[in-house]
Design a protein around this ligand. Sequence first.
Ligand SMILES: NC(=O)c1ccc[n+]([C@@H]2O[C@H](COP(=O)([O-])OP(=O)(O)OC[C@H]3O[C@@H](n4cnc5c(N)ncnc54)[C@H](O)[C@@H]3O)[C@@H](O)[C@H]2O)c1
Length: 256
Amino acid sequence: MADLDAAALAATAAEARAMGADVVTAAIDVREPDALAGFFGQVDEHFGRLDILVNVVGGTFRAAFTDVSAKGRDTLVRTNFTWVVESTQLAARRMAAGGRGGSIVMLTSIEAHRAAPGFAVYAAMKAALAHLARSLAVELGPAGIRVNCVAPDFVPTEGLNEVASTAGSGSARAARSASDPGDALTIPLGRKGRPEDVGSCVLFLASDLSGYITGTTLHPDGGVLASSGWWRWPEEGFMARPPAWVLDQLEGRPED
Ligand SMILES: NC(=O)c1ccc[n+]([C@@H]2O[C@H](COP(=O)([O-])OP(=O)(O)OC[C@H]3O[C@@H](n4cnc5c(N)ncnc54)[C@H](O)[C@@H]3O)[C@@H](O)[C@H]2O)c1
């Protein structure tokens, strides 16, 4: 396990060891190529083989596309794309050399599959990962290496809460409360995501249970991608346009 947060890393490693797992850790910024290569070296030395890779790190901030600076743009690309390519290449070479195949899982996002105003570069990089997975699934398929993605929507975590606090009043409120009226309105399954909803997809794709699945994406999003604009309004149920009482309230309000 590699993570920037040394304390969280140590706590998670201790939890895994208590469950009987053998763990190697590296407190690194995965976006630093030398540090990332060093981590893979550590894994070689300790385990002598590599069967599964899960690329987790990613993140964003809300900004109008026209306001994103060159530095911000570069950060979004490096955090959500460049290091994943690097990490996947380091793993695929080892898996191919090992001759036993393998499974590579990438964390993308619902935003890879729909428009994301205010998050355009992040969404484009996540879409790029989904496409990378598709191409690599084909290219690495003959070596028995499977490549898939997991695309969550709203799962309260430290990273999400930071982004949500700047992503409009509804998102900020949603990040602060375990359950709010927006859940029933916008999520068909009626609740926000939990880390274990995402983890169970990763576990499935990492394991032989998904041994014949490659080049695809699992969507632990409560049905949000499927709903694509349909919201479940109180009393009237699912509608793709707001009810009249909402329109009445909006009428006459000054434009933002
Ligand atoms: N939480 C959500 O609602 C959500 C929704 C869609 C997609 N995702 C995607 O899922 C992934 C995980 O999201 P999250 O909300 O758990 O993220 P998070 O920001 O809470 O961080 C997850 C872990 O990554 C570590 N980390 C962050 N930057 C790092 C770096 N540069 N080097 C090494 N470690 C680093 C953090 O310390 C943390 O332990 C991301 O790729 C994100 O884009 C999350």
